[in-house]
Unconditional design. Structure first.
Length: 382
C-alpha cells in the first residue's frame, strides 16, 4: 500500500504527460485504469491464506500469520530439551530413598500426585507405579507453578515434587550426590523422602535436523536452554551437536536469555512445556511442539500438532516459499502494470483494452499466489 501510495503521483504524472503531449484525454484515462494496485492488494493476502491452508494440511496450526514472513529472518534458534529434542517420554530408572522411607510408599505418594500433572516426568512416575500395581490415591490442593514443581496432599500427607536446586543443601544430607540424567526429589511432610532418576531418549531426527540448520537455513547460533541438570543437558547437546547450552534455567531465566538474544538478531524458540511459554512469547517466532500444554499453545505463534522436528523444518520452508511467491506475484503484477501504463501513455493501449489487461494482470497475480497452497515435492531438506 505504501509503495502504491507513493506511486500515485507518478501514475498521475505519466497520465497527464500522455494527455498533454498527445492532446488526447483518453490516454489519461487509459493510464489511470491500468495503474490500479490490485496485484499488491490481492496477491499477498492470497499467498498468506494459501500458506496457512498448506500448513494446516501438514498438521501445523498458524496462529500468527506474520510469523510466515518473520521466520525467514531468524538467525538464532533456541531449543527446549525435554519433549523437544527428546521424545519427552522418560522412564524412571532408579529410586533412591532416604533412611526411614519405603520405596513403594514413596512411589505411591508421588504417582498419586503426578497423575494430575502434564509434565513429561509425571507420566513416567505413573507408569512405574502402575507397573508395580500400586493403587493411585486421590490428591487434593494440587498446585503446579512453573519452575517450582508440584505440590498437593495425598493420604493426609503433604507431598512436594521438585528439583534438587529448590531444596536447601542441609536437607539433602541423607541422599547421595546428584548423578547424570534427569532427577526430581520427593518430599513427604517437607522431609526429603527420595530422589527419582530418569533417562530420556533423543528424537531420531534431532541430530540431522540440528546439523542442517546452518547450511540450509543460514542459522548463526543454536542454543539449548533447559531446566534440567548440567550433566543431562550437556549429554544431549553432545549427541545432537549444539555447543551453547544453558542448564537449570527457570522460566524467568529462559525469558531473559531469549530477550537478550532477540536484541541482537531475530530468534526462533521451539519448545513444548508450560515453562517455555514466557520465552516463546518473547522470541521473534515461537513454535510449540505437540499439545502438551494449553498455555504453551496459546503463547506460540504456531502449534505443531504432532511432535516432530521435521514439521518445524516444513514450517520454515512454507514461510520462505510463501514470501517468495507473494513477492513474485505482487512485484510481477506491479511491473506489468507499469509496462501497461507506458503503453497507454504512448497510445498503444486504449482505455477499454487497459481494463481487460488490468483484469488479466490481476488474475495472473492471484493464480501465481495460489501456488502457496499447493504442496511442492518435498518440504524438508534434511
Amino acid at each position: 500500500m505504501i509503495g502504491w501510495a507513493r506511486g500515485t503521483p507518478v501514475a498521475l504524472l505519466v497520465a497527464t504527460g500522455g494527455w498533454v503531449i498527445s492532446g488526447e484525454p483518453a490516454r489519461f484515462l487509459a493510464v489511470i485504469v491500468i495503474a490500479t494496485p490490485c496485484p499488491l492488494l490481492l496477491a499477498i493476502p492470497v499467498a498468506i491464506i494459501g500458506a496457512i491452508s498448506l500448513a494446516a494440511k501438514r498438521g501445523i496450526i498458524i496462529k500468527d500469520p506474520g510469523l510466515l514472513e518473520r521466520i525467514g529472518s531468524c538467525r538464532t534458534v533456541l531449543f527446549d530439551k525435554t519433549g523437544t529434542l527428546t521424545l519427552g517420554q522418560p522412564s524412571l530408572t532408579e529410586i533412591v530413598c532416604a533412611p526411614g522411607f519405603d520405596r513403594r510408599d514413596v512411589l505411591q505418594l508421588a504417582a498419586s500426585l503426578e497423575q494430575y500433572s502434564r509434565h513429561p516426568l509425571a507420566s513416567a512416575v505413573v507408569r512405574a507405579a502402575e507397573k508395580e500395581q500400586l493403587a493411585l490415591l486421590p490428591a487434593s490442593h494440587v498446585s503446579e507453578k512453573a519452575g517450582e514443581g508440584l505440590t498437593g496432599a495425598v493420604a493426609d500427607r503433604s507431598v512436594r515434587i521438585t528439583g534438587r536446586q529448590k531444596i536447601a543443601p542441609r536437607h539433602l544430607t541423607n541422599l547421595p550426590e546428584e548423578a547424570g540424567g534427569l532427577e526430581c526429589l520427593v518430599l513427604a511432610d517437607e522431609v526429603v523422602a527420595a530422589a527419582f532418576r530418569f533417562r530420556d531418549v533423543p528424537r531420531r531426527e534431532s541430530h540431522s535436523f540440528i546439523q542442517h540448520l546452518r547450511p540450509k537455513h543460514a542459522m548463526g547460533r543454536l542454543l539449548l536452554v533447559s531446566g534440567d541438570c548440567e550433566s543431562e543437558v550437556r549429554y544431549l547437546a553432545g549427541v545432537v551437536g549444539i555447543r551453547d547450552v544453558y542448564f537449570r534455567q527457570s522460566p524467568e531465566q529462559k525469558l531473559a536469555i531469549v530477550k537478550e538474544e532477540t536484541r541482537g538478531q531475530d530468534t526462533l524458540f521451539v519448545g513444548d512445556g508450560l515453562n517455555d511459554a514466557p520465552a516463546m512469547m518473547a522470541a521473534t517466532v515461537g513454535v510449540a511442539l505437540g499439545q502438551n500444554s494449553d498455555v504453551t499453545a496459546e503463547a506460540a505463534g504456531a502449534v505443531i500438532l504432532e511432535g516432530s522436528l521435521a514439521k518445524v523444518d516444513e514450517l520454515m520452508h512454507i514461510g520462505n516459499r510463501m514470501r517468495k511467491i507473494a513477492l513474485q506475484s505482487a512485484l510481477g503484477g506491479m511491473l506489468l502494470s507499469v509496462i501497461g501504463m507506458g503503453a497507454a501513455a504512448v497510445g498503444l493501449l486504449p482505455a477499454l483494452a487497459g481494463v481487460i489487461a488490468q483484469e488479466v494482470i490481476d488474475v495472473v497475480a492471484v493464480l501465481n499466489a495460489l501456488r502457496a497452497a499447493i504442496p511442492p515435492g518435498d518440504l524438508t531438506d534434511f
